[in-house]
Design a protein. Structure first.
Length: 213
């Protein structure tokens, strides 16, 4: 489990592919100092397990499914990725709960400067649209962001200078692929509403009474 608050960017050293699997190696300054084999690390929002550590170099196994369904499959030497260590029992939660299980990949459609900030529009498949809400949370390449607008097949987020400087969203532009994970709370709500029509009405009544809808 993660929070979507990126600790640092790491540099890709190599992606060695084999039959149905790949070994990704990256250089990290802060995270590598405390990481050990078996630890979970979020890499561009994908939960990966450290399989080897040598100094400031961390290595991870990537399955064929991970290569196919996330933007990790297109990484090459020199690319930068967002890194976050997993939550500890005493960790402060400043973003939102992020599982590291990417739902879909999206594509940056546009990027517009608004003063010191940037408004980014990201195109996404219809399959995830029901889980996205205005002012709700979403993880983009592992970054916890707040949705501003819900558009047809896309949504927008506003990026503050701090986030732009310290994460990959700062240099990604139109046509670039990003990993998208919807807020897990929205997924559970959607499942409950879909499961039982009678329960739908009761649950919606509770949400309305509590001021959520």
């Amino acid at each position: 489990m993660f929070t979507g608050l990126i600790l640092e960017m790491g540099g890709i050293l190599s992606v060695k592919r084999r039959s149905g699997v790949a070994i990704l190696s990256l250089k990290s300054n802060e995270i590598s100092s405390a990481a050990k084999k078996g630890d979970s690390i979020s890499v561009n929002g994908v939960c990966l397990t450290v399989v080897d550590k040598k100094g400031d170099t961390l290595s991870f196994d990537l399955s064929d499914e991970t290569l196919r369904s996330t933007n990790l499959g297109s990484l090459k030497t020199g690319d930068l990725v967002n890194l976050e260590p997993s939550l500890r029992p005493d960790s402060r939660i400043g973003g939102h709960f992020v599982t590291g299980h990417v739902d879909v990949t999206g594509e940056v459609r546009s990027k517009v400067n608004i003063g010191d900030m940037m408004k980014v529009e990201i195109e996404v498949p219809d399959s995830i649209s029901n889980f996205l809400v205005e002012k709700g949370s979403v993880a983009v390449d592992g970054i916890s962001l707040t949705i501003v607008d819900i558009l047809k097949n896309s949504f927008t987020v506003v990026i503050i200078p701090h986030t732009s400087k310290l994460t990959t969203i700062g240099f990604k532009g139109p046509g670039d692929t990003v990993n998208i994970e919807a807020d897990i709370l929205g997924k559970y709500v959607a499942k409950i509403l879909k499961k039982d029509g009678n329960r739908d009405l009761k649950f919606m009544k509770i949400l309305t009474e509590e001021g959520y809808v």
